[in-house]
Design a protein around this ligand. Structure first.
Ligand code: NAD
Length: 321
């Protein structure tokens, strides 16, 4: 029997069930090129119509633009508030990083105003490797607990690139302090290092969101944006994989998304989307995975092309004391 709707997956101990494909709203902040408000609204509406219930943004994306556009688009849905799950972030801004209790406490009020919401479902400390991890443990997370008690946020998360940040923090806070982690660029065809951490996160009851299945554009025909931090070697290998697929009449982005979605210990795969076309392609990819499975032959060919750069990442953050 064919699956007609997107799968919902539990998020750790939160009781939330997220759509397997989540809507990454950083492109709404024009991070990946220009997007009209009309296209952004249509993309959000189509995603919701097709079963996406999870939308992720940050005050950092487009210097608050992503939050503003997402807020308007969600409002325009006219849907009951409990039908969609919104996550935003704190601590990273156009002006720089600030994980102080004072800043993150002010930040949520600003985000709620831009999003036109009374609460967000998840508030995440954004890219914590750029701050002091001890400050996150001792100051930022306690401030977020207060926001939880005040009803401004339902759950707390941490995000960042190096996987060691998650164990550092989770080993130092009482169970239930951090409800969710968001990892990016570590569960795609070229880098699957998040996999090793999944049993640990499960043992802690922490929900897992994996972002950037298309490696922030590396695994797309349009290619990576200029600011992409990958080495030229990694970029070239991904370009070769893209060209190989194209030569066979295959779409690398579909394969890449399906690769990430195949691991059901990941609650939601957040993919950045800026058009109805991308939304429809990505939902179709998820439904196809659930019914006919993925194209194993092409996946194996791409895996071979990417072997020399497998699990290659890039530096992110400051030296921790
Ligand atoms: P991604 O790997 O999802 O790639 C996004 C790019 O791929 C965009 O240019 C998008 O327009 C394009 N794209 C989407 N679907 C496509 C399709 N079917 N065909 C061709 N191109 C397609 O990278 P991302 O947007 O950086 O990550 C997803 C989301 O995860 C972000 O929007 C953000 O919400 C979240 N994220 C969070 C963090 C963090 O907290 N530190 C880091 C990275 C991403």
């Amino acid at each position: 029997m064919a699956a007609q709707t997107l799968q919902l997956r539990p998020l750790g101990n939160t009781g939330l069930n997220l759509s397997s494909v989540g809507f990454g709203a950083s492109p709404l902040g024009k991070v990946f090129g220009d997007v009209s408000e009309q296209d952004a609204f249509a993309a959000v509406r189509e995603a919701f119509r097709l079963g996406v219930n999870f939308f992720d943004t940050s005050p950092f994306y487009g210097g608050t633009l992503s939050e503003k556009v997402l807020g308007k688009a969600l409002k325009a849905l006219g849907a009951p508030r409990d039908k969609y799950i919104v996550s935003t972030k704190c601590g990273r801004y156009k002006e720089g990083f600030d994980f102080s209790a004072e800043r993150v406490t002010k930040s949520i009020d600003e985000s709620l105003e831009r999003l036109q919401l009374d609460y967000v479902d998840i508030l995440q400390c954004h890219d914590i490797e750029f701050g002091s991890l001890d400050q996150i443990v001792n100051e930022t997370l306690p401030a977020l607990q207060k926001l939880k008690q005040a009803g401004k946020i339902r759950f707390i998360g941490i995000t960042g690139l190096p996987l060691g940040i998650f164990t550092y923090v989770l080993d130092r806070v009482p169970p239930g302090t951090v409800d969710v982690i968001l990892s990016y660029c570590h569960y795609s065809i070229n880098d699957s290092t998040l996999e090793d951490l999944l049993p640990y996160l499960k043992s802690k009851g922490v929900g897992v969101i994996s972002a950037s299945p298309l490696a922030m554009g590396l695994l797309t025909e349009a290619g990576a944006p200029e600011w992409h931090p990958a080495s030229s070697e990694l970029k070239a290998a991904c370009r070769a994989a893209v060209d190989h697929c194209k030569g066979k009449g295959k779409n690398i982005s579909k394969l890449a998304l399906q690769y990430s979605l195949a691991n059901t210990d990941i609650s939601s795969v957040l993919v950045g989307m800026k058009s109805v076309k991308e939304v429809e392609e990505n939902i179709a990819a998820a439904l196809e995975l659930a019914t006919t499975g993925t194209d194993e032959e092409t996946l194996s060919e791409i895996t071979d092309i990417l072997k020399p750069v497998k699990n290659q990442s890039w530096p992110s953050g400051i030296q921790q004391s």
